[in-house]
Design a protein around this ligand. Structure first.
Ligand code: ZN
Length: 440
């Protein structure tokens, strides 16, 4: 079932041909921007070179350090008077970087991209949707509002928080869709129980759209087991720079394999590249997501380095749903920035999450990695977990179990400390899993 079969059923060659035509147009548009000409000139190219067969593969990549010196409206390409709305990246250091969206970028591009993604996972017109992502400068909330509206769903834009209200309205208004961080959904299940509401029988939820951070398969399966029969928690992926929550979404088949389709390849090109060589990786291999917006009027990007690492599907062009031109990727493994090198061993926070999610007795949404420094390789790393209230085993046994699993998964001995349920930080949006803490 496709919202745009004229695009979604194209084969890979037809999608490639479409991308090539649009790259030529993009080059023409960028050629009118002195900033973009300067950016291409740094590698001896001009924007018009994007029309060549290997134009994109040779084009310069773009990252935050290219944008910061062009404060306050970097690489904008249209007059600010034509920008309907600015969004910003959720950077943890320095001032947020602004990305402009024209009226067309919002209504005819982002709205359509998100509507396609929602339909792909199973949302249908007329369904009731709780929108739990944040508003303001972050694109997560407004981006999903636009997509739900375009699709003809009914949106309840509650935003983050207000858990007690949400768990009641979820029941009383029979919401069928939840757009929220998976951690917050897990939190809602607990709040519902505290209020005598059983999500399994009192809610009507059919789908969750889980972006913001990726969730492990074990975490997802546990969440699904606590919800009404048939409920599916779908991974979704996008960034401010790509134009919103518009890159990855699972169809029901891809969901079973823990994969997502690159659902908008006709309007955003996603390359999966080796972070060191910038050469494309093959099926089953891990690379960095690098995006190029084809249709965006304001703040387009060419080869934006997201720093997000992902594994290409083993058979990326073979999904049973028929979207053969829209390849599949795994869930986001982590950020190349978050990657820790501890005593010579590479550690991704998502590996730690997998172990915790797969260990009975732990609180799945509450865990931290403590290191002595994030300025260079840490010398020490400690994992902190919580023990579920009422867990039969003792906290020190639980810590030992997790430590043993981490050791075999990472090839590294890591001390594990176990705290009572409710002691560690909770995050509504993007969790900060690695914190600097002096070791005793
Ligand atoms: Zn599919």
């Amino acid at each position: 079932m496709m919202l745009h079969p004229e695009i979604e059923s194209l084969d890979r060659d037809a999608i490639k041909a479409l991308q090539t035509r649009k790259l030529t147009d993009l080059g023409d548009r960028l050629a009118a921007s002195p900033e973009w000409c300067e950016h291409f000139a740094a590698v001896g190219m001009q924007p018009g070179d994007l029309a060549a067969a290997d134009g994109l593969a040779n084009a310069p990549t773009l990252e935050k350090s290219d944008l910061r010196p062009r404060y306050p409206f970097p690489m904008l390409t249209v007059e600010t008077s034509r920008v309907a709305r600015f969004f910003a990246t959720s950077g943890t250091t320095g001032l947020p970087v602004l990305f402009g969206f024209t009226h067309r970028d919002l209504r005819q591009l982002l709205a359509v991209q998100v509507a396609r993604a929602l339909y792909c996972l199973g949302v249908r017109p007329g369904e009731r949707a709780y929108q739990g992502y944040g508003y303001g400068l972050w694109i997560g909330g407004p981006g999903h509002d636009l997509g739900l509206e375009e699709l003809g769903a009914t949106c309840f834009p509650v935003g983050p928080g207000r858990a007690e209200l949400v768990v009641q309205w979820m029941r009383d208004q029979a919401w069928e869709v939840a757009v929220a961080s998976p951690l917050f959904l897990a939190h809602l299940v607990g709040v519902a129980r505290d209020h005598g509401i059983d999500p399994k029988t009192d809610w009507r939820l059919r789908h969750a759209v889980c972006g913001g951070q990726s969730i492990s398969r074990a975490f997802r399966e546990q969440l699904e087991a606590e919800m009404p029969a048939g409920f599916r928690a779908h991974n979704s992926y996008g960034t401010t720079e790509s134009g919103g929550p518009n890159l990855g979404i699972s169809c029901p088949h891809a969901h079973d394999r823990d994969e997502m389709h690159l659902i908008n390849e006709d309007t955003v090109i996603t390359e999966i590249l080796d972070p060191d060589t910038l050469k494309p990786v093959g099926p089953g291999e891990v690379g960095e997501v690098v995006v190029t917006t084809l249709d965006k009027e304001a703040s387009p990007v060419v080869r934006w380095r997201t720093r997000d690492l992902v594994r290409m599907g083993d058979k990326p062009y073979d999904c049973e749903c028929g979207r053969r031109g829209l390849p599949t990727i795994g869930r986001i493994i982590g950020r190349s920035d978050d990657m820790l090198k501890v005593r010579g061993v590479l550690v991704f926070p998502s590996q730690v999450e997998d172990v915790i999610a797969g260990t009975p007795g732990t609180v799945k949404e509450a865990w931290q990695i403590y290191v002595d420094t994030t300025d260079g390789p840490p010398r020490t790393m400690t994992v902190a977990i919580e023990c579920e209230t009422g867990f039969q085993g003792g906290p020190s046994d639980l810590a030992d179990t997790v430590a043993r699993s981490l050791s075999s998964r990472l090839g590294l001995k890591v001390p594990v400390e176990c705290h009572p349920q409710g002691s560690l930080p909770r995050y509504e949006a993007k969790a900060q899993r690695v914190l600097v803490k002096e070791q005793p």
